[in-house]
Design a protein around this ligand. Sequence first.
Ligand code: SF4
Ligand code: SF4
Length: 278
Amino acid sequence: MWLAHPCYDPEAHFQIGRIHLPVAPTCNIRCGYCVRSVGALENRPGITQEVIRPSKALSRLKQALTLEPRIQIAAVAGPGDPLANEATFETFALVKEYFPGLTKCLSTNGLLLADKLPLLKELGVNYLTVTLNAVNPEIGERIYTRVMWKGHVYHGLEGARILLERQMEGIYQASRMGFFVKVNTVFIPGINSDHVVEIAREMRDAGAHIMNIMPLIPLGIFSGLPSPAPNEISRVRAQCLPIINQWYLCKQCRADAAGVPGEEPGREVQQEACPYPY
Ligand code: SF4
Ligand code: SF4
């Protein structure tokens, strides 16, 4: 039985708060669109005012709960990959000890997911968001320029193959272990835009529960690409909906976002009502 979560349940999106605790600066891959920044004012993933330690995350959480009692979700969402940072696990252990009633959730690129699932289970994390942008390594190699795996750095097709294999294993195992799994796919014009329906099929077959197709924010090596038009995103979501449930309300939040997401200004491109109650 799933608890209400503002990023998985459309009604909860406007009623329940979440806090992203920015304890995870390191990442183990390199996505072409990634530009992380500490101290920037932009409103997008990879941005935080500061990176904090687990002890400070706990005091920030305490303060946030006083200011916004509707916060029910404690999450780690960067600014790097939460699973590549020990501080993520230390933070969840503290949250579990001091705020056992909160729901715990994290986002990841999935490289380390299968390895970390038993620990996440033990820590009481039950919602996972995995960003997966290709199920074909030949497309993946155009998106991921570097993959750090077991102490080695891989580039090109080899890196993309390793990442995909670990992502699929992680999603498959997570769904079978009882985690709620959302897949984020960044819609990258001309790179994976004709591939998203295939991703949806593979994600359904792997056991993911819902898919969140997000428009590319053109940055990094993709800074020359166009921002997808809202109707392109709507069209691909409509194509994927018969395959796997779709999430329509993502705000592409900062790594230190806090509050009720449905009440925050964001870069929401769609205001469609979600047809499925989760
Ligand atoms: Fe950046 Fe996230 Fe990609 Fe890592 S997984 S490179 S933090 S976008
Ligand atoms: Fe929710 Fe999207 Fe913000 Fe994550 S990034 S908290 S899914 S609205």
